[in-house]
Design a protein around this ligand. Structure first.
Ligand code: NAD
Ligand code: UDP
Length: 310
């Protein structure tokens, strides 16, 4: 049994990760400021984990030592991370620094939830880990993109300077139950709109692409990364390489909900990436991992979840 800290544990991905860690018999402590997460997501874990409401940009309280730290704290939806961009940047950079210090002090292995956003609006398609990206440093997405890039820099410098054991994963768009109904991301928006018989809001002409990974596949990948030997630091892409346009996604959601609501075209947000698809050869090689759940099946589970929420 390990003692494990998960930041962002009341969020979408964090709560699923904790489910897996508790299932495996580990002792879990979670820090979350509840900015976008909800205690509802971890209600079933009451009495099984220790939850502390805390903002990781502030000094981390004395919690004792850990074997492993998973840093997932950060709003992931553009709507939420742009609401207070200065705080988002602090979460990514100061938060990472605080947790790396904790890892260094307590000699703990540390995982960073990085993102495909480090590739920005990519000029290389699909995106392998060795691509350095195409990121606007001063745009409305920069607090997140550059914040996550800064966090990656800190992780690798802590590994080089202090020999901290790091695992950096670049997560591509992931979806599933426990996404917030008003999260603002495309899958939750389309499903909620369709279930409420409202028009589906397509930004731009809907020809931009994303590659969507179901949450269970992603969590399996994260657990496998953490179990790799010390010399494997990443960054490793984790995502589902099946790529769809937003128009194709809208069509699938409408087919699966059986509702015939129209599409409503709205302006494309600034710096919205035109295309995104992971190269996952590295994950296949070092983790023997690849996603198993295809979009239709994952959407069915997610629709069933939202049916109980809206
Ligand atoms: P989420 O918004 O559901 O969860 C984030 C959690 O972090 C929330 O519970 C929130 O309250 C908490 N949080 C935010 N700022 C905090 C702070 N300063 N201190 C303490 N807690 C804080 O998002 P998610 O989809 O679960 O994403 C989790 C992590 O994975 C994030 O770091 C995100 O950047 C990364 N990621 C997610 C995706 C995705 O598609 N879901 C893709 C790439 C990267
Ligand atoms: N999008 C959309 N309608 C929505 C929400 C998002 O067409 O209601 C588009 C958005 O412009 C982007 C894509 O869907 O091109 C994915 O957006 P999301 O916010 O889910 O993730 P990210 O842009 O961070 O990949």
């Amino acid at each position: 049994m390990k003692r494990i800290l998960v930041t962002g544990g009341a969020g979408f991905l964090g709560s699923h990760l904790i489910d897996r860690l508790v299932e495996q018999g580990h002792e879990v402590v979670s820090l979350d400021n509840l900015q976008t997460g909800s205690l509802e997501n971890i209600k079933h874990l009451q009495g099984k984990i220790t939850f502390i409401q805390h903002d990781i940009t502030e000094v981390i309280p004395d919690l004792g030592g850990f074997d492993e730290i998973y840093n997932l704290a950060c709003p992931a939806s553009p709507v939420h991370y742009q609401a207070n961009p200065v705080h988002t940047f602090k979460t990514n950079v100061l938060g990472a620094l605080n947790l790396l210090e904790l890892a260094r002090r307590t000699n703990s292995k540390i995982f960073q939830a990085s993102t495909s956003e480090v590739y920005g609006d990519p000029l290389v398609h699909p995106q392998p880990e060795h691509y350095w990206g195409h990121v606007n440093p001063i745009g409305i997405r920069s607090c997140y993109d550059e914040g996550k890039r800064g966090a990656e820099t800190l992780f690798f410098d802590y590994a080089r300077m202090y020999n901290v054991e790091i695992k950096v994963v670049r997560i591509f768009n992931t979806y599933g139950p426990r996404m917030h109904p008003r999260d603002g991301r495309v899958i939750s928006n389309f499903i909620v709109q369709s279930l409420q018989n409202k028009p589906l809001t397509v930004y731009g002409n809907g020809e931009q692409t994303r590659s969507f990974c179901y949450v269970d596949d992603l969590i399996e990948g994260i657990i496998r990364v953490m179990a790799t030997p010390k010399e494997i630091q990443g960054p490793v892409n984790l995502g589902n390489p099946n790529e769809f346009t937003m128009l194709e996604l809208a069509e699938k959601v409408l087919k699966l909900t059986g509702n015939e609501t129209p599409l409503k075209f709205e302006p494309l947000p600034q710096d919205d990436p035109k295309q995104r698809q992971p190269v996952i050869e590295e994950a296949k090689k070092i983790l023997q991992w690849e996603p198993k759940i295809m979009l239709e099946e994952g959407l069915k589970n997610t629709i069933a979840y939202f049916e109980g929420k809206v």
